[in-house]
Design a protein. Structure first.
Length: 393
């Protein structure tokens, strides 16, 4: 594939209410929600598989610019071998028989592809984050604001659909941990630092294939990876922060790409005197500590993709801490029963089938902008305000 530039990629990447199905879901002959996948790399195949495994859906189309990625979708996503194949996302969106789309293309393409899906009046599940730069995120938010209000607009911030995270939100909202003063996110994970890099792809494809290592394609690690924790902090704080300060840098030489940090510590300042702390470290030799903590005047909540815990004043706590028998502060705990992406996918299709749409474009855009503000803060080594970040593009 010769001369595959950014411009070329933009042109083609990547309790039910049962009514008359043909009126609810376009030209369908049954009640299944017809969906297509735009971008069939690793994430597109993974989320697309969970979507296809939902009994209320039917995979109708797949789209990618790379033939090997199309082949992967056809062989790995249930029903992929029967799906229509497109090389240009506009052709897929032009298919009136498709009700919903999964956008799982490289991050810098999300604003372009999301805007087109809004124009095509599809239900949209867009992978996070909302874009790789401020201008792109603003474009996506504008498109989301004018989306058909009968369409569900969801982003890949799975935590907001996890029963354990929702239980923590219930406890927080009912005041059981008192006044919230601090929200922390730990995003610590990774293998050993890379010492060399050799791409198996031709030079003209390499940057797009390995987009995660380039800031203009992915936003860098704080935008593309840590945004989950940032989104969760915003969600629990109930607002976006007004300013940020931070430090970061490279512990190890880059083998490829242009990341400015493989570790960073960012402090966000929210309304109502709430602080948010993001601690992110890559290349941890396999060690993983990905979680959030919410501190209130009467208790603490800890959330993760696999569990939730509620701690309170020791004199009232009935349980022992599972990790430290000397700690009597654990009030309640729960383990996740399944991978939380399944919860998010199930919520998306339940919203469509029950005709109860919601639109996450604004909040998801703000979470991405929060991550970008944090990147500006540690790259400049000074305080950066929300207004300054918004005026930067």
């Amino acid at each position: 594939m010769a001369n595959l530039t950014r411009r070329h990629a933009l042109a083609g990447a990547a309790n039910f209410i049962i009514l008359k199905p043909e009126t609810v879901f376009g030209s369908q002959a049954n009640s299944a929600v017809s969906f297509g996948v735009i971008g069939t790399g690793g994430r597109g195949v993974y989320v697309g598989t969970h979507m296809a495994n939902d009994s209320r859906t039917r995979l109708t189309a797949i789209c990618d610019v790379f033939p090997d990625r199309i082949d992967a979708a056809k062989t790995r996503i249930p029903g992929g071998d029967k799906a229509k194949v497109f090389r240009n996302y506009k052709d897929l969106l032009g298919d009136a028989g498709i009700d919903a789309v999964l956008i799982a293309t490289p991050v810098f393409l999300h604003p372009e592809h999301f805007e087109a899906a809004v124009n095509a009046r599809k239900h949209i599940y867009c992978e996070k984050p909302a874009g790789a730069d401020v201008a792109g995120v603003k474009r996506l938010i504008r498109a989301g604001a004018r989306a058909d209000k009968s369409k569900t607009i969801q982003f890949g911030y799975q935590q907001q659909f996890s029963p354990e995270y929702l239980r923590a939100m219930e406890i927080l909202k009912t005041g059981k941990i008192g006044q919230l003063t601090m929200v922390n996110s730990f995003w610590i994970l990774g293998g050993t630092p890379p010492t060399g890099f050799k791409s198996p792809y031709p030079p003209e494809e390499q940057k797009l294939r390995h987009w995660g290592w380039w800031r203009d394609y992915s936003g860098g690690p704080i935008v593309e990876q840590d945004c989950h924790g940032v989104d969760t902090m915003n969600w629990y704080a109930g607002a976006h922060p007004t300013k940020a300060v931070g430090r970061g840098g490279l512990r190890y030489p880059l083998a490829y790409g242009d990341w400015t940090s493989d570790h960073h510590n960012v402090v966000y300042y929210y309304p109502n005197k709430v602080e948010g702390w993001l601690l992110s470290i890559k290349h941890t030799a396999g060690f993983r500590d990905v979680k959030e903590q919410l501190y209130g005047s009467q208790g603490m909540l800890e959330t993760a993709r696999t569990y939730f815990r509620w701690h309170g004043p020791t004199q009232t706590a009935p349980l022992k801490n599972a990790d430290d028998l000397a700690d009597r502060s654990l009030i309640e705990k729960a383990e996740s029963k399944r991978e939380i992406t399944i919860d998010a996918v199930e919520a998306f299709f339940t919203s469509i089938v029950n005709r109860k749409p919601y639109n996450m474009a604004q909040s998801s855009g703000e979470s991405t902008l929060t991550a970008l503000m944090g990147r500006m803060a540690f790259e400049t080594g000074r305080e950066v305000t929300w207004d300054e970040m918004m005026k930067s593009a």
